[in-house]
Design a binder for this molecule. Structure first.
Ligand SMILES: [Mg+2]
Length: 444
């Protein structure tokens, strides 16, 4: 027998002529198990923890394993409809996943994705995110590595944060930004949404319908105010501070084009959500008209919404809420795709992204070449006590805990002391009640 035939015979063994080289070496799982010398670690329980330590409803998933003391935490926070996510996890995902091998993160995601036949959407994806991030936390703990190391290792020391400059008027907002720069921030988000007739937030008694609008908002007032705010802030803070703003999709395409062109003179770092996701095709027209960098994506419900904007280079920053797209597994795919099209990451991260979500996206940011900016959120004292080991914030950066996995924990007893507010409405009224002068409700 010639040497090449002898090698082929050795490789295929008794599998016969129909066997392929792949099938001859297929039993890798058995070899891996022999290599580790241990039975797979499996999901023993999936808990949903509802807590509002600083008034924001957070949904946290705790995946417990068959290995004593080994568990992971994930964020499933869809704060506006938190209780339906709770049901999706407890009644549907948990029974589906008990007993699964914790190593198989990708398969658990893919099989969960099709497990209800109807897929996508904020409820199911947030539920899946809770499990997905928890499994990555577990994998990091088992590897005895911070999660950023599993994702490729650090390419930077920390994640630059942007600060939310806030205030009831332009003077207050400029002063808020000035103080933040004094504390080390280099990126400032400017935001005033002038309501013509301000309505107390979350007050159902003042709700008005289309023929009786009470919470009015006017595009011309808004754009005029924002242009003055940019002008005043640029004058006060100088040319080196990066300025950001979120339009919140509240204006038309022609208005967005003119507004962005007017903002060009202030060199914004990015302008976010210029038009709603229902009008994604408009980004092509906007792109042709303005040089302002554009951020988009937090309201996307499927992968199919962000891919065209990335591949056609119609945006500069992908702005996705990590739990809203199903967790760290899909987020790292978006990040990798974006790198090849010059799109940077700016994961959505206000207070309703829990500390667990911030830690997960921070791990990805530390290992991503195309990281852009991390939405700044300073964890308040109650939240820090409920989540010991939150990422730290210093000099305008967010830093990871140098501990295995996400590097943080959850004090369940303390979390229970901060329950969701009792009874209905269990959500805010200010989304869906703001209207134009003629009574038309605006998005969002
Ligand atoms: Mg936004």
């Amino acid at each position: 027998m010639k040497r090449r035939d002898a090698m082929r015979s050795l490789a295929f063994g008794a599998l016969g002529a129909g066997a392929t080289a792949f099938s001859a070496i297929a039993p890798t799982r058995a070899i891996a198990n022999v290599a580790t010398g241990a039975a797979p670690v499996r999901i023993r329980d999936v808990k949903t923890i509802l807590t509002a330590p600083d008034g924001i409803r957070l949904v946290i998933v705790k995946v417990e394993t068959t290995e004593p003391g080994l568990y992971g935490l994930g964020c499933a926070t869809f704060t506006q409809r938190a209780l339906v996510v709770h049901t999706a996890i407890e009644k549907y995902l948990k029974p589906f996943l008990i007993g699964r091998n914790v190593d198989e993160i990708e398969d658990i995601w893919q099989s969960s994705y099709v497990s209800s036949y109807w897929r996508n959407g904020p409820v199911l994806f947030n539920a899946m995110s809770g499990v997905d991030i928890a499994l990555w936390d577990i994998k990091g703990k088992r590897a005895n590595m911070p999660l950023y190391n599993l994702l490729g290792g650090k390419v930077r020391k920390g994640a630059d944060l942007y600060f939310h400059a806030r205030g009831p008027n332009i003077d207050a907002c400029v002063e808020s930004g000035r103080q933040a720069v004094g504390r080390g921030y280099r990126f400032i988000r400017l935001q005033i949404d002038p309501a013509v007739t301000p309505t107390p937030l979350n007050d159902a008694s003042v709700y008005g319908g289309p023929t009786n609008p009470v919470n009015l908002w006017d595009p011309a007032d808004y754009m005029t105010t924002m242009l003055e705010l940019f002008d005043r802030t640029r004058s006060a803070l100088g040319p080196k501070v990066e300025l950001l703003h979120d339009i919140h999709e509240r204006i038309s395409l022609p208005q967005a084009i003119n507004f962005c062109k007017a903002l060009e003179q202030y060199s914004p770092y990015f302008i976010e959500d210029p038009v709603p996701p229902e009008e994604n095709d408009h980004f092509r027209l906007l792109r042709q008209q303005t040089t302002v960098p554009i951020a988009m994506g937090e309201l996307f419900n499927t992968q199919h919404e962000y891919v065209p904007l990335i591949k056609d280079r119609l945006i500069d920053f992908i702005r996705i809420h990590i739990s809203q797209i199903g967790g760290l597994s899909p987020a790292r795919k978006v990040q990798a795709l974006s790198e090849y099209f010059g799109v940077k990451t700016a994961w959505h991260g206000p207070g309703d992204a829990s500390p667990v979500a911030h830690a997960a996206q921070l791990a990805l940011e530390l290992a991503s070449y195309n990281f852009g900016i991390h939405e700044g959120h300073v964890f308040r004292p109650n939240t820090q006590e409920v989540f010991p080991g939150c990422p730290t914030v210093s000099d305008g950066y967010m830093f990871a805990q140098e501990k295995p996995g996400l590097g943080m924990d959850l004090d369940e007893k303390l979390a229970a002391k901060f329950p969701f507010p009792d009874g209905p409405p269990n959500f805010e009224y200010f989304w869906g009640t703001t209207r134009l002068r003629d009574g038309t409700v605006i998005r969002p």
